[in-house]
Design a protein around this ligand. Structure first.
Ligand code: CP
Ligand code: NVA
Length: 334
């Protein structure tokens, strides 16, 4: 069924857009381990190119002909795996999936040696890991681009798609009031950095002890200041959603933290996004979630299934935003 909320992708003049031209020149061959690897202009370029890829997929049908992409995943995935695989396949390339869930990277041979092998066969390495260092170590030892498809520290591909979705929905991102309620970890970190780079006012509400990493906070604050927007950290979800244009949450028990479920559930209960909490946001506010959701835990059915919810638009845009990223890193626009 068609999306209930999504407006058509905006028109973008890829050939002469200065952000896209600059990003195509600088990012060719680069890694994307963190949103912090990108400048504000490069984040804008991915969002704009994502819109064009969505509007005109046929233009990019052969942009990555014969390019080989390997996905090495230590954790489960639905959206990330399928959107990367479909993305490269629809641009003429090919995906190879390596299930590392029972064979953590670095166990059988060193990460550096894996990189020195894999770069001989493929054009890009997409990693989903526990330790963020696994991703940076692979990047440091690989001559082909490495993309972070989620680590315990960041989920940059998610945040790029999410802000593309907000741009599509509202027609702009700068000046939007974006509120995240929940665990201050990977998704939250990437959202903070991306929001600051695009000029959104970002408010984060986490329980005490679950606030975002201080280095990311400092970095995101510096970026926000340079872009004339604000980053606020609160512990009160009610206050955090006041005036919000978008309310975002994630699971309170991320992959790898299952052993903490019993401890976390009561701590995160007051942070549930329900109708009463959404009523404190602006009347036009959208609800967002990276998915998978644990229904009636961090978000109620009434909210995630409401007309305010744009969660499946976010999921769709994983495809378009990642195609844009691949085009830039693999030189698909030249
Ligand atoms: N949002 C997201 O990354 O989904 P998957 O874990 O299914 O890839
Ligand atoms: N924070 C969640 C995101 C899943 C896409 C996790 O790491 O499990």
């Amino acid at each position: 069924m068609a999306s209930n909320t999504l407006i058509e992708a905006p028109v973008v003049h890829v050939g002469n857009d200065p952000d896209i031209l600059a990003a195509a020149a600088r990012l060719n061959g680069e890694d994307m381990c963190s949103i912090a690897d990108l400048s504000s202009g490069e984040v804008r370029a991915i969002v704009k190119l994502g819109h064009d890829v969505k509007r005109h997929p046929e233009k990019y049908r052969h942009a990555l002909d014969a390019k080989q992409m390997v996905l090495m995943f230590e954790k489960a995935s639905l959206r990330t795996r399928l959107s990367f695989e479909a993305g490269i396949n629809t641009m003429g390339g090919n995906a190879i999936f390596v299930d590392q869930t029972n064979s953590p990277l670095g166990e059988r041979e060193s990460i550096a040696d894996i990189a020195r092998n894999v770069e001989r066969w493929v054009d890009v390495i997409v990693l989903r890991t526990y330790a963020h260092d696994t991703i940076t170590e692979m990047a440091a030892n690989s001559r082909v681009p490495v993309i972070n498809a989620l680590s315990d520290f960041e989920h940059p591909c998610q945040a790029l798609a999410d802000f593309m979705t907000l741009d599509e929905h509202f027609g702009h991102v700068a000046g939007l009031n974006f509120t995240y309620v929940g665990d201050g970890n990977n998704v939250c970190h990437s959202l903070m950095l991306t929001g600051a780079q695009l000029g959104a006012n970002v408010t984060i509400a986490t329980p005490r002890g679950y606030s975002p990493d201080i280095e990311i906070v400092t970095l995101a604050r510096d970026i926000a200041q340079a872009n004339g927007c604000e980053l606020r950290l609160l512990q009160d979800p009610q206050a955090a959603v006041e005036g919000a244009d978008a309310v975002y949450t994630d699971v309170c028990v991320s992959m790898g933290f299952e052993h903490e479920s019993t401890k976390r559930e009561p701590i995160f209960r007051p942070f549930q996004v329900n109708e009463a909490l959404m009523a404190k946001a602006t009347p036009h506010a959208v609800f967002m979630h990276c998915l998978p959701a644990r229904r009636n835990a961090e978000v109620t059915d009434a909210v995630i299934d409401s007309p305010q919810s744009i969660v499946f638009d976010q999921a769709e845009n994983r495809l378009h935003a990642q195609k844009a990223l691949l085009l830039l890193l693999l030189g698909g626009l030249s």
